[in-house]
Design a protein around this ligand. Structure first.
Ligand code: HEM
Length: 448
């Protein structure tokens, strides 16, 4: 990207300023995007260029974030390198832009909202009891490990139904697939463009993905034959039709289901670990939550839990402090003016949640865990972006918030815990997402 001079209109066409683009600058950013992004915003202003996963123009200014997420879908092109296609598949939503993206989302997004999500409440409680409830008073465990089993079973049962006979096969296939990604992620992060078929991590990824695809194809056929459990979200996707009356083809369904399995089974792990950490470091918040939940009892209708304001505020505050994506990316298909800069097509944009969610004008004392802020104020979609925004917004956001609420309510109404590692928490990037470095070790103190 070239540097041009300022035009007479006063609007500049230069690229924004930023730190020198050196490999260690990228490494530093990737290790600690939260404080690095905020430091750059303080030094370079509301728009700057930076090397993250890629060379991009970043902003966390609310008005500019609004502009980025409100832009029409054809403003952007696919912004992934070839590597992610190996994980998600070339027909999945992250690999599409413009009209094809809108067409796929028309089928995939609705089943992850409304009645289909509400119907998962009892199942989420059962899985919470089977995973967190398996620990007895005095037992110690690492929240991240139990949350991983919990998250994986919830997303599998959401997509394939509660008693799918193949749940065990899916469990092991999803685990192997996720593990091979963790390995490949290192190559992406370190080398960005390491996309060679013969590399052993890529071969392993292809092998584990094929196994998952075979299971998915069998589930698609079971859905068509009417033998998949009724609650399975896959049934709704197989039955759905595009505007022209055609169904989504099998390859697209498989790729999108691999993507949702992958996205869904990882992200709540970090959120649950953060929630444990904050609630048990802040007894006042835990007490406020238990007081709110107590009148409904531990066997309440999950839909009633979902409507509780303080529980909602706790979940939002967890998502604000360490959003799983420290920034969301868009690749310009057409030029765009942003904050006084004329950015050419081909520029990567990053809307930074790491900056936005710590804006003291929006979130006073931004480093503090203060769920009340969400009770006292409603935030616009461009002021709070844990699930991204606009036409690429996370299809699983509604489901995830619901899962977190039902899991936390189940846990908090039944058991008490103590944190067993009280050292200052380190934040680490695990499989591309920011998570508590120690996984949050706890001991079960007893029933509540
Ligand atoms: C706490 C949980 C979750 C968080 C914080 C989260 C966050 C995000 C974010 C920030 C994005 C990027 C959005 C953008 O670019 O505007 C995203 C995309 C995506 N998420 Fe989630 N997500 C979560 C759970 C889920 C779940 C449960 C699913 C599956 C049902 C899911 C499926 C996806 C998919 C498929 C995309 C790509 C969408 C596209 O490229 O069009 N996510 N998510």
């Amino acid at each position: 990207m070239s540097i041009a001079s300022a035009p007479a209109s006063g609007r500049t066409t230069r690229l924004p300023p930023g730190p020198p683009l050196r490999p260690w600058q990228a490494v530093r950013y990737l290790r600690d995007p939260y404080s690095t992004a905020r430091e750059y915003a303080a030094r370079y202003g509301r728009v700057f260029r930076v090397q993250t996963f890629r060379h991009c123009v970043m902003t966390g200014d609310p008005e500019l974030v609004r502009q980025i997420i409100a832009a029409p879908v054809d403003q952007y092109a696919v912004n992934y390198e070839p590597g992610p296609a190996r994980v998600f598949g070339k027909r999945s939503m992250p690999m599409l832009a413009g009209r094809p993206l809108r067409r796929e989302r028309h089928i995939i997004v609705p089943p992850f909202h409304g009645s289909a999500v509400a119907a998962t409440g009892q199942m989420i409680r059962e899985v919470t009891l089977a995973t967190f409830g398996a620990r007895r008073p005095g037992d110690s465990f690492v929240v991240r490990d139990v949350a991983a089993d919990f998250s994986r079973d919830v997303i599998l049962r959401t997509i394939f139904g509660a008693d799918a006979g193949t749940l065990d096969d899916f469990r092991s296939a999803a685990r192997d697939f996720a593990q091979s990604f963790d390995y490949v992620a290192f190559l992406w992060l370190a080398a960005f463009h390491f996309d060679l078929d013969w590399l052993p991590p890529n071969r392993r990824l292809a092998r584990t993905r094929r196994r998952l695809e075979d299971l998915l194809q069998a589930a698609i056929e079971a859905s068509r034959a009417g033998t998949l459990p009724e609650t399975a979200i896959l049934n709704r996707i197989v039955a759905a039709r595009h505007d022209d009356g055609t169904p989504m083809d099998d390859e697209a369904i498989r790729d999108n289901m691999v993507t949702t399995l992958f996205a869904g089974h990882k992200v709540n792990v970090a959120s649950l670990a953060w929630a444990f950490h904050w609630l048990h470091s802040r007894p006042d918040c835990l007490n406020a939550l238990t007081d709110e939940l107590a009148p409904l009892g531990p066997d309440a209708d999950p839909a009633a839990w979902a409507g509780l304001p303080y529980l909602d505020a706790v979940v939002k505050e967890v998502l604000r402090l360490y959003p799983r994506a420290s920034e969301i990316y868009r690749l310009l298909a057409r030029p765009m003016e942003l904050g006084g800069y004329e950015l050419p097509a081909g520029t990567d944009l990053a809307a930074s949640a790491a900056i936005l969610h710590y804006d003291p004008d929006l979130f006073p004392e931004p480093d503090a865990f203060r769920p009340e802020r969400f009770l006292n104020r409603r935030f616009a979609p461009h002021e709070f972006i844990p699930f991204g925004g606009g036409e690429r917004m996370c299809p699983g956001g509604h489901l995830s918030a619901y899962v977190l609420k039902v899991a936390l309510a189940t846990i908090v109404t039944r058991w008490r815990y103590t944190l067993t590692d009280t050292r200052p928490l380190q934040v680490r990037r695990i499989a591309g997402m920011m998570a508590p470095g120690n996984g949050v070790p706890v001991r079960v103190a007893g029933p509540r």
